[in-house]
Design a protein around this ligand. Sequence first.
Ligand SMILES: [Zn+2]
Length: 111
Amino acid sequence: MPHASTMVYPAGPDSPHAFDNVPLHPRNGTLDARCPLCRGHGQWNAEIDLVSFRCKRTICGVCLGSGWIETGTDPIAISDIVRGERGEPRWVTRYVTQSPPARGGERQLRP
Ligand SMILES: [Zn+2]
């Protein structure tokens, strides 16, 4: 049986259907303001089927997926994966500070 499918490819967070089925992140208490780019969603659809709602998503580069940003200079904890001594993957928490947004809107992270 053929499956009906209506695939759309939102070009970015301002495109139609970019936030279909993408939940808003609740404020977690450590970050100050809703992200100006993804407006609190942390990600958006890069591709979505309007019939089945199967999708591929892009993580927001401004808030790194949290939907909220730090407006001051407080360090932000970011989970990351590094390789251990025997090459095994290991979760670590890195602390970075955010600089003010550059002209292109992307924030830069400093270790
Ligand atoms: Zn964002």
